[in-house]
Structure formats: C-alpha cells, structure tokens
Design a protein around this ligand. Structure first.
Ligand SMILES: Nc1nc2c(ncn2[C@@H]2O[C@H](COP(=O)(O)OP(=O)(O)OP(=O)(O)O)[C@@H](O)[C@H]2O)c(=O)[nH]1
Ligand SMILES: [Mg+2]
Length: 636
C-alpha cells in the first residue's frame, strides 16, 4: 500500500482544522487551550482512506504567526500540501509565509482549497480565485487545482476527495531502503506503557523489538510497541506516521525536534555546509555572521551564518554558506531547511544541506566553493568520490560515508565495490570498510620516497630511517593501518628496503656516499686512540666536518660492529676494547676482585675513560659492583 502525507497550510482561522474534520470526522484540535481559543496551537494528526485505497496521512498545522515554527515542523517531509484560503478573506500574511515555507522546503505538489464559500457570493469567490492565482503564479502551485468548499455545508467535499486521490496517485512512492529517520513531533507517557514518541518516518523503516537511538542525546532503547494510524503493526515504513512505545528511555529525556534512528547510523552535527536561498521579499540583506533561526525536521536551533562567497546576500540572491549551530541537529545532504529571523520573527529563506560534517572553511576559497557546488549539483557517484578524495590521507570508513551522503547503504557499498574494482579506490581496512582515493595513495607513496631521499641526503652516514620516525614526517592524519599497507606495498615492490628495522632506498649505500672516506678515517683515528679515543667533537674539529656527520659515521661503525659505544658520545674500537675485556677477566679470575684505582691502572687510561668503561662492564653484566670493588658476575 502506498503511503502519502498531506499537510495543511494557510492563514489563521481560514478553516484548516474544520476542513480536516469535514474530510475525516476527526477534530484534531485536542488541547483545552485550542478549544477555548478556537485556534490550533500544536500539530494535529489523522488520516483519510482514499477511494483508490491509498491511506492519506494528514498533518494539520496552526495558522497563527506565533506558531509558524510548529507549521515548519509539520510540513517538513510531507508529500502534498493543501493551501487553505477563506473565501471571505482572501490571501493574508500567513498564506504567503506558508507558501514561501513550502516552496523553500521543496514540497513537490499540492492544491488550493477556498473554504467558507457559504459565506460569499459568486462574484466575490471569482475575485478571490483571481487573487489566489496571482499569488501562486511563480510558485510550485502555479498549475495546482483550485477547489471551493464549505466545511459547514459539505459542498465541494466529494470533489476535494477525488482530487486528493488523483494527486496522491501521482506522488512518487518513498523508498524505505534509506536510513531510518523519524523526526519526533510529540512525546508523551502512556499509562501502563511508558514513553511514546510520534512522527512521520521520512526514510527507512522501523520494526517491533528493534533497538533504536534518540539523537542528539544518543540514548538507546527498544521498540516495545509500534502503531501506525492507531493500529498495532510489526513494521512501519517511510511515508507513514508512527507512534513508537520505547522501552528504556524516559519521556523527560526526549523532546520534539529529536530524531529517532537505528544505532550506528547517523550522527548529530553542529556544522553544516549549505546552499542558501534568500527570499526576494526578505526585508534587508543577510549579512555574514548573523544569527538566525534554523529549522530542520521538527527541530529548531540558532545558527550563525558564515557566507563563504560574499559579504551579504541581497533579497532574491543565493550562495554557499556554513552554518554553525548552537546545538546539535541531525541532517543529511539534500535535506531542505528554513531560516527565520531571530529579532523580528519572519521567514527569510532556506535551502539545501550539502555537507553535514564539514571542517571550518576559509572564505572566498575557490576550491572550497567549487567543491560545494559539486556537492550541490553532482551525481551521487561524483559526490561519493568527492567525499573520499576530501578525506585525504585519513581515508574514510563506510560508516562515516553513511552520514555524509544521501544514498542508501547498499548503494554506497555497491559504488565502493565498483570504484575499487575500477582501480579508483583502495580498500585498506576491510574490517571498517575504510577506503582512500588512489590519487591520494599515490601522493602518499611519493611523499614517502621523497622523505627517504631527503633523509639520505641529509644523513648519508645513517643506514636508514626507523618506521616511527618516517611516520612523523608524513601527514598526521595518516591512518595507522594505511601507513602499514603503504610500507608493505613499497617493500614488496622493492622501492624501499627494510633492513635491521631501518627503511632505506635501494640505491642508498653508505660506502658509496662516503666520498670523503670518513668511515675509514674515523676507524683509524679511534683505533689509534686505543683506550683513550678521540670524541666525535674532537674529530669534527680536527677534520673541519659537521659534528652531526662525524657522529653518524661513528654510529654507522657501531652498527657495523667495528666500534663499541660505551656511553653517549664515547666510542672505542672493538680491538683494544676486546683486549681490555680479556685482561679484566684474567685479572678477576686471579684476584677475585678489583678496585677502581686498580682498574684504572689496568687500562692505563685517565678517569675520564676508565670510569665509563668499568660502568659499562657492570652494565653488560660482566662485573658486579660490591661497594668500592668489582667481582666477576659469572665465572665462565
Ligand atoms: N461558515 C463557515 N465557517 C467555517 C468554515 N470552515 C471553518 N469555519 C469556521 O471558521 C473558524 C475557524 O476555523 P478553523 O478550522 O479552526 O480554522 P483554522 O484554519 O484551523 O485556524 P488555525 O488552526 O488557528 O490557524 C471556526 O469557527 C469554524 O467553524 C466554512 O466552510 N464555513
Ligand atoms: Mg486549526
């Protein structure tokens, strides 16, 4: 069965609620205050079964200018609008404002109903009809049928029903494939059941027993009971109005404007990139950084508007902007929204969401503006590709894409597979379904090779770069898994060599880069020094070479096993060192113990060398210090 939602619209007292009652028999003004004042305050809900079998859900909205925010919540996501105009009054301010709101929200279809015809003569009715045609001439209702009814006498009601039937048949059926979204319009406690929330399912579907989440709070609960138009159901789908009895969530923790979703799908946001349309009848230009009321779904938040491509939007102009909200909302690209003034409260404009999780943008940046226009006008695949490219070295996971593109999950997956097979994407984390654009991956590869090349140039005497050191030279947002994949790829293709935990380019060999013969000279100098070898500082002074370079030569010789590093900056040649080691062992075997002065005598070196040497022997566990003496730790 097809599900269609009709919303009413129109000036206060023009007969919206009376018309709904004439159609359905239901008085949707339930509140005591509504009855007393004779006006609608809250949204009213009922339904009508049309001759074709379509069940038409009806949302009745208030006409009072104070309750326009409820009206926006009511008509957000409807399929059809009935613009209601009392024949005895004609077009009034909220007739126009509601019409603007429906246009901004891109309500696709509708009809115009002139009510209270029992109060006017034919001549007046014709005049009103003229006036109405004029008012809707440049709007989506320009070709809409205009009907005349009296809710009091019932005149015209049968014709209205058959017109609604025709229009409902023309409405495009919603796909229930997308992510579940149910913007909550009412919350109440039902005795014996607990928390109940109601709303129109704008996309996806919802089943009994499922876990659901309330956003932005993130509270989770279970669907204990589910009703559609007052009947219990197992499953509710897009286009239906549902009442959901929630287990595990207090009614006081939920409010109108919250959104019901499935866990692990949508995430709330406070930043939105949008395409803004400023109404031609707005009273003054919209300046950069002004604060306005932002309406989306059943939610209302204060937004600072950052105009990205100009200083102000004149009435009738359009442009890209970033909205920074004072509290989080749930939105998806392609969603429509309305902007209303924050001082004098009136509808100023609206538009379409382009990106729901953007970064802060620089203004007047051509790439940013171009990018946003692509998000506005591009195909689904182009937009998907753009989000992946934009995620850069971090890559992006399927779960995050769900949040950023108005595309059903299966379709995103299908596209990712297709793009991967074509070679445009690389899937580097199968667990989280994380992908990166191949262009970005190639760029990272280039950067890695460049970093190694640069490192070899700066430190020709170092054998290579440690993995973690290399990582610090690449973009910080680089995904850890991706870094590993990148290295493995480079190692496998022999573009990079991994040797003793160091990464190097294949052409890098220390001997070939040692044009000055520093390696050989250093070895000779240290050997000549015996147990009182020169430091790298002394050598660099003597040779007029960079200290850092000499040090790396010595480090290289340690790495090769030619030198022994006793402590930071003190290197001994392996030959005299090993000789000393043997002498010490023999001595200790004979005398059992040795004092520091005795050891100093044994080496023939000054304290500067003797102390670090004996401490080094302690450290490598050859000797054991007992007070002022050393003994052999292991008698071998
Ligand atoms: N004579 C006559 N009176 C009508 C007709 N339709 C509505 N009325 C009366 O007009 C008044 C306002 O009607 P409502 O249906 O409450 O108007 P509304 O558009 O819902 O008003 P708000 O929701 O407050 O914006 C009521 O007193 C109705 O009885 C009609 O077709 N003929
Ligand atoms: Mg009403």
């Amino acid at each position: 069965m097809k599900h269609v939602i009709l919303g009413t619209a129109g000036h206060i007292d023009h007969g919206k609620t009376a018309l709904v009652k004439a159609l359905t028999g239901v008085d949707t003004d339930r509140l005591k205050e509504e009855k007393e004042r004779g006006i609608t305050i809250e949204l009213g809900f009922t339904f009508l079964d049309l001759p074709s079998g379509i069940r038409l859900g009806i949302v009745d909205v208030p006409g009072h200018e104070k309750f326009v925010k409820h009206m926006v919540a009511g008509v957000w996501g409807i399929d059809l609008v009935a613009l209601i105009i009392a024949a005895d009054e004609g077009v009034m301010p909220q007739t126009r404002e509601h019409l603007d709101i429906c246009s901004l929200l891109k309500v696709k279809k509708g009809l115009i109903v002139l009510t209270k015809i029992d109060l006017v003569d034919d001549e007046l009715l014709d005049m009103v009809r003229e006036e109405v045609s004029e008012a809707v001439r440049s709007t989506f209702l320009r070709d809409a049928p205009i009907l005349s009814v009296s809710s009091t006498t019932g005149e015209g009601i049968p014709q209205l029903i058959s017109t609604l039937d025709v229009l409902s048949k023309e409405v495009e059926e919603r796909s229930s494939k997308g992510l579940l979204r149910l913007p909550i319009d009412r919350v109440f406690v039902m005795k014996g059941f607990g928390t109940v929330v109601t709303g129109t399912i704008v996309s996806g579907n919802l089943s009994l027993g499922e876990m659901v989440k309330i956003l932005p709070s993130g509270l989770e609960g279970k669907v204990r009971n589910l009703q559609v138009y007052n009947r219990p159901v197992e499953k509710a789908v897009a286009g239906q109005r549902a009442a959901v009895n929630l287990q595990g969530i207090e009614a006081s923790a939920v409010e109108r404007g919250d959104v019901l979703v499935h866990p692990h799908t949508l995430a709330p946001t406070q930043f939105l990139d949008v395409y803004l349309e400023y109404l031609p009848n707005a009273p003054r230009p919209l300046k950069h950084r002004t604060k306005q009321r932002f309406h989306i779904g059943t939610n209302l938040a204060t937004a600072s508007i950052f105009l990205l491509d100009r200083e102000e939007l004149a009435p009738g102009e359009e442009g890209v902007a970033q909205l920074r909200l004072e509290r989080s909302v749930v939105a998806l690209p392609q969603d429509r929204f309305v902007i209303r003034g924050s001082g004098v409260i009136q509808t100023l404009g609206g538009g379409v969401i382009l990106d729901t999780h953007p970064v802060k943008h620089r203004r007047y940046s051509p790439p940013v503006i171009e990018d946003l226009h692509l998000l506005k006008d591009g195909s689904g695949e182009q937009i998907l590709g753009q989000h992946i490219l934009r995620s850069g070295a971090a890559g992006i996971a399927f779960g995050d894409l769900l949040n950023r593109i108005a595309m059903p999950p299966e379709e995103i997956q299908r596209n990712l597979r297709k793009m991967t097979e074509k070679g445009g994407l690389l899937l580097f984390d199968p667990e989280r379904l994380k992908v990166i654009d191949v262009r970005e991956y190639d760029h990272l590869k280039e950067m890695t090779l460049h970093q190694l090349r640069e490192f070899h140039q700066r430190f020709p005497m170092k054998s290579g770069l440690a993995k973690e050191e290399l990582r610090t030279k690449l973009p910080t947002e680089l995904d850890v898994k991706l870094f590993q994949v990148l290295l493995n790829g480079l190692i496998q293709s022999n573009e990079v060599i991994l040797e003793r935990d160091k990464l190097r380019l294949p052409e890098h060999q220390i001997s070939s880069t040692d044009e000055k013969g520093l390696v050989k000279r250093a070895e000779e100098a240290i050997l000549k020094g015996g147990l009182q070898p020169p430091s790298f500082k002394e050598l660099s002074g003597e040779w007029s070479e960079e200290e850092e370079e000499v040090r790396s030569v010595l480090e290289h010789l340690v790495h090769e096993g030619v030198l022994v590093k006793i402590k930071s900056g003190m290197y001994f040649h392996r030959v005299p060192f090993d000789h000393l080691r043997e002498t010490l062992i023999t001595y200790l075997k004979q005398h059992r113990e040795i004092t520091t002065p005795q050891f100093k005598e044994l080496t023939g070196a000054s304290r500067k060398y003797a102390i670090p040497l004996i401490e080094y022997f302690d450290q490598i566990k050859l000797t054991l210090r007992l007070g002022e003496k050393r003994v052999l730790r292991t008698v071998s």
